[in-house]
Design a protein around this ligand. Structure first.
Ligand SMILES: [Zn+2]
Length: 194
């Protein structure tokens, strides 16, 4: 996919090297920078979508209370499946959280994302195939309207919520030598169930 220059609309992205930076900038919300009100479900304007996100968060927290599921954070790294990265657990710890469920409810913000553009200036939700998306290593999850389809399958809402949680801690996707979107979903489903 081509990339336009500097079109990330937040002020968080400084390029690939940001993957090694644990602390987000002030506009990135939660993460120990002293900001408040940026954690958890910030989806507005669509009560059904907001409710679907609540369902996903709630289910994911239940899954993460299972050690086999929580262990995903120690087994996956910022370069998985390639060697040399930092474990997602370490990244989470650096941001000030030790418990994945607490991180999920306090360290990540979930936002209305249908028209939000990524660093290439396109809106990933507009392709219609994604439930949500993230810019790896940043604590925002952008929720697509399609996420509402998961309302009737809370277990899958939880799987996709954990999938995005892993990205917020730096798990990459889709590049050469990286996991695909489906592979990450499979990893979560295998460890956490649905
Ligand atoms: Zn993904």
């Amino acid at each position: 996919m081509h990339r336009l220059h500097g079109r990330w609309r937040g002020t968080c992205s400084e390029g690939p090297s940001i993957l090694s930076v644990a602390e987000p900038g002030p506009e990135c919300g939660a993460g120990g920078s002293g900001s408040s009100g940026s954690g958890s479900n910030q989806v507005t304007g669509d009560s059904a979508l907001h409710a679907a996100v609540d369902t996903g968060i709630s289910n994911a927290k239940s899954k993460l209370s299972n050690q086999q599921c929580a262990n995903l954070l120690s087994s996956l790294t910022t370069t998985s499946p390639q060697a040399g990265g930092t474990s997602l657990q370490s990244i989470m710890n650096q941001r000030g959280w030790t418990n994945p469920s607490t991180y999920l409810s306090s360290g990540i913000g979930f936002y209305t994302g249908q028209t939000h553009t990524d660093s290439s200036g396109t809106a990933p939700c507009s392709y219609g195939s994604r439930y949500a998306w993230t810019q790896p290593s940043f604590p925002q999850v952008w929720i697509c309207d399609k996420f509402k389809e998961l309302t009737g399958t809370p277990g899958w809402a939880g799987v996709y919520t954990i999938h995005e949680l892993l990205h917020t801690l730096g798990l990459p996707e889709g590049g050469q030598g990286q996991y695909t979107h489906q592979q990450i979903t499979d990893l979560v489903n295998n460890a956490c169930g649905h």
